[in-house]
Design a protein around this ligand. Structure first.
Ligand SMILES: [Zn+2]
Length: 54
């Protein structure tokens, strides 16, 4: 397995696809931030939002 593939798989495990509640665009955010209920920034509209886990 190449280093590149290893890095990509590590990144995939740490990023989560979330939908912005303001503009409804999706973006990749750190899973750790989401699980800690930290404020995320939408890269599309710059809105600040928190993902509530169900
Ligand atoms: Zn947005």
């Amino acid at each position: 397995m190449s280093y590149f593939k290893l890095i990509m798989e590590k990144l995939k495990g740490r990023l989560s696809n979330v939908t912005c509640p303001v503009c409804h665009e999706t973006s990749n955010q750190l899973t750790t931030k989401i699980s800690q209920n930290l404020v995320l920034i939408c890269p599309h509209c710059r809105a600040l939002f928190v993902i509530q886990k169900e």
